[in-house]
Design a protein around this ligand. Structure first.
Ligand SMILES: *Cc1c(COP(=O)(O)O)cnc(C)c1O
Length: 401
C-alpha cells in the first residue's frame, strides 16, 4: 500500500499554500525532483541486473520532462502510432517499443518509421505484419498471456481474466504457430500486473516458465511489461532483481521492463480550490474547481481514492466532507475525507500522485476547462508548461475555430 506521506515527499515539508498558493486553480504541478528520484531508482535496477527499463508513455507523456528521465532510462514504450512517434521525437536517443492490440494496415508503414521493437498481440497479426517489420530491420515480439491472475478487485486491469483479448495463450500458440512464424520472433512480451509488488511478478514468471519455458531459449529478449510499482517506498526491489537475473540466466534473454506509474510515481499534484460548501442531511459536501470525471478519471474508472494533503480517512479527523466536482455527473465524487476544521470556500486542496494517468487522460466533459500544467523545477522555481482555454474545448468538436 502506498503511504500518503510518500505522495507529498516532494514538498519537502512546505505546505501547499506556501508553495502553490499563488497559482491559478485547478492546475497540475509536475515535480522534477521526484521524477529524478524515480529515474535514479530505476537506473539502479538497470545497473545491477542489465535489464533495460522503458517509460510507458500512456501513464505519463509530458514530454517537456522527458529530458529529466532520459539519462536514467533505455527509452519509451508506446501503445500505438502517436505515442511511438512522441517517444521517437522527444526521447530520441532511447529505444522505441510499441505494443498495440491490433495494428492497422494504413498506419503500419509509418509505425516502422518510429518504432524499434514491435510487439504483436496475436499469431494472426504476427503473420500479417511480422515479415514486413522484420524486413525493415525491426525487433519482433509476441505478447503472451500466461493465464496467471495475481490481482483481485481490478478486473478491468487484469489481462489474464478468462476470455481476455490481450496476449496469446499457450493453447492459441499451439493452434496457430508454425516453425516459420516462430522464426520471426526475437522476443516475448507479457504485461499482467497493475500497481503490484515483485511477489506477483515472481508468481507470474513461474507461470511464464511453465507455459513458455520451451520457447524462451530461442528468444533474445523478454519484456515483462509494466505494473511494477518499483519506486514505491515499500516495494521489494531485491526480489524484482532476482526475477530479472533468473530470466536472464535461465533463457539468456535481455530483460525489458516498461513501467508507466513507477517512472512518475508521486511526481505530480493537482491543486484545486473549494468553490462551495453545503450539507445534505448528515453529509457535509464541498464542490471543488477540479473534477474526478474530467481531471482525475482513474478515480472513477479504476476506481481509487486519491491522496489528499493533510486530510484523513472519513471520520478520522473532526470534520468529514464529501468532495466532488462541479460537473452534472452525480458520481463525480472524489471521495470522503476528514479535516481538522470545516472546509472554507476558496481553500486550497492538494491531491498527490497526480502525474500519472491524468494529464494524458483528462477530458473536457461538460465543457470543463483543462487544468494548466506547470512544473516545479529541482531548484523550487515553478514554470508554466501549458495553459488551456475555450479553444481547446471547441477545436475538437467541429469545423470552425
Ligand atoms: C499499461 C501498460 C504499461 C504500463 O503500466 P503501468 O501500470 O503504468 O506501469 C506497460 N506496458 C503495457 C503493454 C501496458 O499496457
Amino acid at each position: 500500500m502506498m503511504d500518503t506521506r510518500d505522495c507529498f515527499m516532494g514538498l519537502g515539508g512546505s505546505t501547499p499554500e506556501e508553495l502553490f498558493g499563488a497559482l491559478p486553480t485547478p492546475c497540475y504541478i509536475l515535480d522534477e525532483a521526484m521524477l529524478r528520484r524515480n529515474g535514479e531508482m530505476l537506473a539502479g535496477v538497470m545497473q545491477r541486473t542489465g535489464a533495460k527499463i522503458l517509460l510507458a508513455q500512456k501513464a505519463f507523456s509530458n514530454y517537456d520532462l522527458y529530458p529529466v528521465l532520459a539519462p536514467y532510462l533505455a527509452g519509451t514504450e508506446a501503445s500505438g502510432l502517436y505515442e511511438a512517434r512522441l517517444g521517437r521525437e522527444e526521447m530520441p536517443d532511447g529505444e522505441v517499443h510499441v505494443f498495440c492490440g491490433a495494428y492497422r494496415e494504413d498506419e503500419f508503414a509509418e509505425l516502422l518509421d518510429w518504432a524499434d521493437h514491435i510487439v504483436f498481440n496475436s499469431p494472426n497479426q504476427l503473420k500479417k505484419f511480422g515479415p514486413s517489420a522484420k524486413a525493415a530491420g525491426k525487433s519482433i515480439g509476441l505478447r503472451i498471456n500466461p493465464e496467471c491472475s495475481t490481482q483481485e478487485g481490478h478486473e478491468i486491469y487484469d489481462p489474464c481474466a478468462p476470455g481476455s483479448r490481450l496476449g496469446t495463450t499457450r493453447a492459441q500458440w499451439d493452434a496457430a504457430m508454425d516453425e516459420d512464424t516462430i522464426a520471426l520472433l526475437d522476443g516475448l512480451h507479457f504485461h499482467t500486473l497493475c500497481e503490484q509488488d515483485s511477489d506477483a511478478l515472481e508468481t507470474t514468471l513461474q507461470a511464464v516458465e511453465a507455459k513458455f519455458g520451451d520457447v524462451l531459449p530461442r528468444m533474445t529478449w523478454l519484456n515483462m511489461g509494466g505494473g511494477h510499482h518499483i519506486t514505491r517506498s515499500d516495494y521489494d526491489v531485491a526480489r524484482l532483481e532476482k526475477c530479472i537475473c533468473h530470466a536472464r540466466d535461465t533463457w539468456g534473454v535481455q530483460v525489458y521492463l516498461e513501467p508507466g506509474e513507477a517512472c512518475a510515481l508521486n511526481a505530480g499534484y493537482l491543486a484545486t480550490r473549494v468553490l462551495d460548501t453545503s450539507r445534505n442531511g448528515d453529509t457535509s459536501l464541498a464542490i471543488l474547481d477540479a473534477s474526478a470525471a474530467c481531471h482525475m478519471p482513474d478515480v472513477i474508472e479504476m476506481p481509487y481514492r486519491p491522496p489528499l494533503y493533510d486530510a484523513g480517512e472519513a471520520n478520522e479527523k473532526a470534520c468529514t466532507v464529501r468532495l466532488g466536482g462541479p460537473t452534472c455527473l452525480a458520481g463525480d465524487i472524489i471521495g470522503d475525507y476528514s479535516f481538522d476544521h470545516p472546509l472554507q470556500e476558496g481553500e486550497l486542496l492538494l491531491f498527490g500522485d497526480m502525474a500519472i494517468y491524468t494529464t494524458c487522460k483528462n477530458n473536457t466533459f461538460n465543457g470543463m476547462p483543462l487544468p494548466a500544467i506547470l512544473v516545479r523545477r529541482q531548484d523550487g522555481s515553478i514554470q508554466p508548461l501549458r495553459t488551456f482555454g475555450y479553444e481547446d474545448f471547441k477545436c475538437r468538436l467541429g469545423s470552425r475555430r
